[in-house]
Design a protein around this ligand. Structure first.
Ligand code: GLN
Length: 513
């Protein structure tokens, strides 16, 4: 039987990341919902079990739980965040709201004699995201790590192979998290690590070819990294059976429509049937008067599909629709097992009941952003495209708080272009995961040329992140921010104030809506 680590899903945002980190240790891992965990354990005889985090509180009725039998199987268990709290709760410890909640990078002091912390530094930076904490550990357990605010940041009962951590070792912001997971997998569970990851690109291209046969494929190309990689992958698999439709919904960044057409159009390096549709007015009409972010996302998602349907009719028969959905979109939309809906992504939610295609193909659905980039490189897509900043499907509509109007789009486009230009001039683009301008719906009083103004505030956002599941606000040099600020207020009419967003994810998201 394949050596397996079973990840039990209690609704955390990072579950797929846990499985991925384990697979990176050359041990196969898969995720099961908590409701099916015991069954799966019996069937798969895993070498180890990992409990994920989750949004609930273990001490409340109706919160996800599991039979304490799980601890009696002689199989090592590692609890993460909610999972750690649940382990304590079930085994006689006490969990309650923490006097000090912790979010983000936190220094943790670990006990170096723990198997989990072998070769880890005694003081190590970990990623926290919790409201509750372990107030009293369960009998038989000892504390193996603490922070200033969290007395039991890790607990363990090595005799029973039970381990629990309050922080998230699976996210890259936990600097030695991979080491800790590998310690669990090798030193606690005794895995041999013989499993090998296959080439994602090769397998997917082959599978796409088989699935599609001689069918006709329509691809929604936005020009972003995800849809570009999906398109090139489909082109590899089925060549000119593929038509790529690029909808200019008028919510793109400044000059982007021209740039995308230059790369994917007939003069570019790819052999695609490329169609550009100018649908700007249609989207503006639909969005008039709409303020609620989820509504905006749904309207845009639906209008997208309509436009594709119309294009599909022009092409004739279309069998498959390709979308560049990636895993974080799936999770945040609440389609990732037990997780909470953070926001619906137009690639995932928002599909109208009536879709005029046989099937939707999403070749990147299980990948994280950095894996998509890796796949892109494997496909030979040039670096400037592979490294393009992520840009959401609903575009600038979700970087304009409140109603979207052509005037506001122009403001945010111009401000964003200045911001990007100055980031490039400063030579710091490579250090940033994503950066953009968002138009707040707030107006405030200013003075320009001795005149009173009552105009909009632009917010600048820049984050560092690898997987886009967690992120930190980037420390952009003050001179750069100063330069951007004065250019924006000077060059973009109706903006008289510039703000910088200092929030990480969590608690904020990277985009504003
Ligand atoms: N909901 C729990 C808390 O706030 C667990 C959070 C988590 O798993 N990230 O402490």
């Amino acid at each position: 039987m394949t050596e397996t680590i079973l990840v039990v899903d209690f609704g955390g945002q990072y579950n797929q990341l846990i499985a991925r980190r384990v697979r990176e240790c050359n041990v196969y891992s898969e995720i099961v919902p908590y409701t099916k965990a015991l069954e799966a354990i019996r069937e798969k005889q895993p070498k180890g079990i990992i409990f994920t985090g989750g949004p609930n509180s273990v001490y409340l009725e109706d919160s996800p739980t599991i039979s304490p039998e799980v601890f009696e199987q002689g199989i090592p268990v590692l609890g993460i965040c909610y999972g750690s709290q649940l382990m304590m709760h079930l085994l006689g410890g006490h969990v309650c709201p923490a006097p000090e909640r912790e979010y983000g990078k936190t220094e943790v002091t670990v006990d170096l004699s723990s198997k989990l912390f072998q070769d880890v530094h005694e003081k190590t930076v970990c990623w926290m995201s919790h409201n509750d904490y372990i107030e009293r550990v369960a009998p038989g357990f000892t504390i193996s790590a603490h922070t200033d605010n969290c007395p039991a940041a890790a607990v363990e009962c090595p005799e029973r192979n039970l381990y629990a951590v309050q922080f998230h070792p699976e996210v890259l912001h936990t600097q030695e998290g991979t080491k800790m997971l590998s310690n669990f997998v090798y030193r606690v569970c005794g895995c041999a690590g013989t499993w090998k990851m296959d080439s994602f690109v090769e397998n997917t291209v082959r599978a796409l070819r088989e699935k599609i046969g001689d069918g006709k494929v329509l691809c929604a190309l936005s020009g972003g990294v995800d849809s570009s990689v999906a398109a090139v992958m489909l082109a590899k698999a089925v060549g000119r059976q593929l038509t790529c439709v690029f909808v200019d919904h008028g919510l793109l960044r400044k000059n982007e429509s021209e740039e995308v057409s230059a790369v994917f159009g007939p003069d570019g390096p790819y052999d695609l049937n490329f169609v550009r549709v100018d649908a700007r007015q249609r989207f503006y009409d639909k969005l008039a008067g709409v303020e609620e972010p989820e509504n905006k996302r749904k309207i845009i998602g639906q209008e997208f599909i309509r436009v594709f349907e119309e294009e599909a009719k022009k092409i004739g028969r279309v069998d498959f629709l390709v979308q560049g959905t990636i895993y974080p979109d799936v999770v945040e939309s609440g389609f990732g097992g037990e997780s909470t809906v953070i926001k619906s992504h137009h690639n995932v939610g928002g599909l109208p009941d009536y879709v005029d295609f046989k099937e939707i193909v999403e070749p990147l659905r299980d990948l994280f952003k950095d894996e998509v980039r890796k796949a892109g490189r494997e496909l030979g897509i040039p670096e400037y495209l592979v490294n393009r900043q992520p840009f959401p499907g609903p575009g600038l509509a979700i970087r304009i708080i409140g109603e979207v109007t052509p005037e506001k789009i122009k403001m945010v486009q111009d401000a964003d272009a200045i911001y990007r230009e100055e980031i490039a001039n400063a030579g710091i683009a490579d250090e940033l995961g994503q950066y953009f301008a968002a138009l707040t719906n707030m107006r405030s009083v200013g003075v320009m040329g001795d005149e009173r103004t009552y105009d909009y505030a632009i917010a600048l956002r820049a984050v560092t992140t690898t997987d886009f599941m967690t992120a930190e606000s980037a420390q952009i040099p003050w001179e750069v921010l100063g330069k951007v600020t004065s250019r924006i207020v000077n060059e973009v009419p109706h903006i008289n104030r510039v703000l910088y967003d200092c929030t990480g994810k969590p608690p904020a998201t990277i985009e504003w809506e």
